[in-house]
Design a protein around this ligand. Structure first.
Ligand code: SAM
Length: 282
């Protein structure tokens, strides 16, 4: 049996303290040490849940000595919990280096899952969620931002970004420019908080809305972009659509896509995606 401690990677709420899961409270109360992105920021959360465990600051630019101190305590048999300011550590937040070093030293790493803004946003956005790409924060400078956006223009998966409120308007305008004003986007703002707002539409219209309502340029924001429609989709044609609709009346999606591919000459994957998006709506 291992005598080393456990490194718990603990998610905390993204705004609403009621989203703290009981297992997170228990882990934070029972470990010997909490490694927090910002100890002052986390003190409110810890006080709310009556957690008196000592804290130490940890971020990915912490010097090697700090990382080493935490690892030594784990190796000496003490358990440590890693938290960030909000949500899931390592998701656009510190923790990667500590978790990687811990695993390399044979220390058990245990996740305590909970809130994560991008997953919460995806779960309520109504965009395809079977395949998605989380891109974190876009670059702050416009040229670099546009280069990244340009590189994603043909990506068919739903794209998810974190964005700062003072940049959201510029970013939407860049997305409209690069992806076309018709591309569907969803803005998920202030999730789990009083002014939670989730709204979607063509990016050109969304940019106009955000420009005209400065409240939309405040708070915390997740931006989701509908993936590019695969080129074949444009070639679906009314006859192929009719064939698929008939097949879907009788068959499960997978079989309908497979048979549809033989009948129409279109790709099975494309028909499967089309069926997923179209079969249950009517
Ligand atoms: N680790 C966090 C998570 O699991 O979501 C993300 C940390 S990252 C430094 C902070 C960014 O996440 C914010 O700028 C915003 O884009 C997004 N975010 C965090 N909380 C949010 C919320 N309540 N509503 C919308 N977006 C949020």
């Amino acid at each position: 049996m291992s005598t080393t401690g456990i490194l718990y990677v603990v998610a905390t709420p993204i705004g609403n303290l009621a989203d703290m899961v009981p297992r997170a409270v228990e882990a934070l109360q029972t470990v010997a040490l909490i490694a927090a992105e910002d100890t002052r920021h986390s003190s409110r959360l810890l006080a709310h849940f009556d957690i008196k465990t000592p804290t130490v600051a940890y971020h990915d630019h912490s010097d090697d000595q700090r990382t080493e101190q935490i690892l030594q305590r784990l190796l000496n048999g003490e358990s440590v919990a890693l938290i960030s300011d909000a949500g899931t550590p390592l998701v656009s937040d510190p923790g990667y280096r500590l978790v990687r070093h811990a695993r390399q030293r044979g220390i058990q790493v245990v996740p305590v899952p909970g809130a994560c803004a991008m997953i919460a946003a995806l779960s309520a956005a109504g965009l395809p969620s079977d395949r998605f790409a989380f891109e974190g924060f876009l670059p702050a400078k416009q040229t670099a931002r546009c280069n990244v956006l340009q590189s994603l223009v043909n990506e068919t998966r739903t794209l998810i970004f974190y964005e700062a409120p003072h940049r959201i308007l510029e970013t939407l305008q860049d997305v409209a420019q690069i992806f076309g004003a018709e591309r569907e986007v969803v803005l998920a703002r202030e999730l789990t908080k009083t002014f939670e707002t989730i709204r979607g539409g063509a990016v050109g219209e969304m940019a106009d809305w955000v420009a005209s309502d400065t409240n939309q340029q405040r708070g915390e924001i997740v931006l989701l972009i509908h993936g590019a429609i695969a080129p074949a989709a444009k070639d679906m044609g009314t006859e192929s659509e009719r064939v698929m609709r008939v097949l879907l009346e009788e068959l499960p999606i997978k079989q309908a896509a497979s048979l549809g591919a033989k009948l129409t000459g279109l790709k099975k994957n494309f028909l499967y995606q089309w069926a997923l998006e179209n079969s249950k709506k009517e």
